[in-house]
Design a binder for this molecule. Structure first.
Ligand SMILES: Nc1ncnc2c1ncn2[C@@H]1O[C@H](COP(=O)(O)OP(=O)(O)OP(=O)(O)O)[C@@H](O)[C@H]1O
Length: 418
């Protein structure tokens, strides 16, 4: 393995044998193999030292199976996993912890399970308890702890191993916000000293903000391995759509090749009846009429949408929706709602819709979903969810945390001292 890598996974495959009855065991014994379920299918990726990699995917995609094999608690069927350094894995709450033991006793047994020596544990016991903030409860039975308290003790023990590789499977999700913050701070410290972090999470914001890279699994295969923000976005679109990412790009942006267009997402999900009209192009233009994927808060821009009709529509309607990365709808408009009639369209005609707007959102990444509909029968004919990804930058005078730009007029500011 390359010396920069902490983990190297090559063609990793895991097939679970499915025994539907005890007879199947017997059949296997006499040479008839049982049915198999392939949970991981030739998965390959690397994690570099000091890198934080998110593992994403819908329920059953194979994330836990992957982590368990890397952590060494589950056997692989084929392929190769190389690990360079000491692993500490939080695969589920209270790994190696006994419900009837006290918190203190469990730190000792759990620590031993996680690979610490008894001497090491004794040396770190006070620090583990302090990190968990459970001093008051540490001599009570573990089974009386809430799931958040269990998470605290599990995490506190696991991070005191001083691992080279930290593997965390969602366990942090149950701690309260303050404790989660503390855990992420601890994980950042690990990264700074070269520890690799592998984090399974369903939360795209966690992955996008904490991880450098992410691997998206779909039915046991690697669908995407890229920077965390892009993978999170695709994962989010999978969740919004039919659960799988389409194989091929479905959209092209309008415009000249030399110009930068807002990125049409290859993963856009189509909704609507898809009968009567289809969206054929859409784009964003700045005030100079240039195709852009970055808009400046406070400035004007134009949304252009083109739709082709394959039947006569007396009253078409066009609109779009803008969402942020968390999936919150931040703006929506359509000609029907605005009571602006569009001209009737005949089969074979293309309608071009251009709507000048002002960008009042503040800094961030957003997704635009264009749509075309038919007022005659009240249907959405075609809508491409989150099809255009664009970012907004704010002028210096708007604070970074802003969601919207209230356009402060500093030139008219008055300040009086009494
Ligand atoms: N012991 C087992 N025997 C048979 N199938 C199994 C076994 N363990 C896991 N699977 C199957 O393997 C697939 C992957 O499971 P896994 O737990 O890795 O998914 P996951 O991505 O972690 O899901 P989740 O987000 O729900 O935790 C699932 O379809 C699951 O049913």
């Amino acid at each position: 393995m390359n010396s920069f890598n902490a983990i190297s996974v090559r063609d990793l495959t895991k097939a679970f044998k499915l025994y539907t009855s005890p007879r199947e065991l017997f059949k296997e014994f006499i040479g008839q193999p049982p049915q198999e379920f392939v949970a991981l299918d030739r998965v390959s990726f690397d994690v570099r030292k000091g890198e934080a990699v998110g593992i994403m995917g819908r329920n059953g995609a194979g994330k836990s199976t992957l982590l368990r094999i890397i952590a060494g608690t589950l056997d692989k069927t084929s392929g190769n996993v190389e690990v360079n350094g000491r692993i500490s894995a939080i695969l589920e709450l209270g790994t190696g912890f006994r419900p009837e033991y006290t918190g203190r006793q469990n730190v000792i047994t759990g620590g031993l399970c996680l690979g610490m020596t008894r001497k090491e544990i004794e040396k770190k016991l006070a620090s583990i308890i302090e990190f968990s903030e459970l001093e008051e409860f540490i001599d009570r039975p573990f089974k009386t702890y809430s799931s958040g308290m269990q998470a605290r003790l599990t995490f506190a023990t696991a991070v005191h191993i001083d691992p080279d590789i930290l593997i965390v499977d969602e366990a942090l999700g149950v701690g309260d916000a303050k404790f989660q913050r503390k855990c992420f701070e601890k994980m950042q410290q690990f990264r700074r000293r070269g520890c690799a972090v592998l984090l399974v999470s369903h939360d795209m914001n966690t992955v996008a903000s904490f991880c450098d890279r992410a691997v998206l699994l779909q039915r046991g295969q690697v669908l995407m391995d890229d920077n965390a923000a892009d993978v999170s976005r695709v994962y989010y679109q999978m969740l919004l759509g039919n659960g799988t990412a389409p194989d091929a790009p479905i959209m092209a942006a309008i415009g000249g090749e030399e110009e930068v267009a807002a990125t049409p997402s290859p993963q856009a999900t189509r909704t609507g009846t898809q009968k009567g009209a289809e969206l054929i192009a859409y784009s964003l233009e700045n005030e100079e009429g240039r195709l852009v994927n970055t808009l400046v808060s406070g400035q004007k821009f134009t949304v252009t949408i083109r739709a082709r009709f394959d039947r006569d529509i007396q009253e078409p309607t066009v609109g779009f929706l803008v969402r942020d990365v968390r999936g919150v709808d931040v703006f929506g408009v359509d000609t029907f709602g605005a009571r602006i009639p569009l001209p009737p369209c005949k089969s074979g005609e293309v309608l071009e819709f251009k709507l000048p707007c002002t960008m009042w959102l503040a800094k961030g990444t957003f997704f635009l979903s264009p749509s075309v509909g038919c007022i005659d029968d009240g249907a959405t004919l075609d809508m491409h969810l989150d099809a255009l990804c664009f970012s907004v930058t704010t002028p210096l005078r708007v604070h970074d945390i802003s969601i919207v730009n209230m356009a402060p007029e500093f030139e008219h500011l008055s300040a009086r001292v009494y």
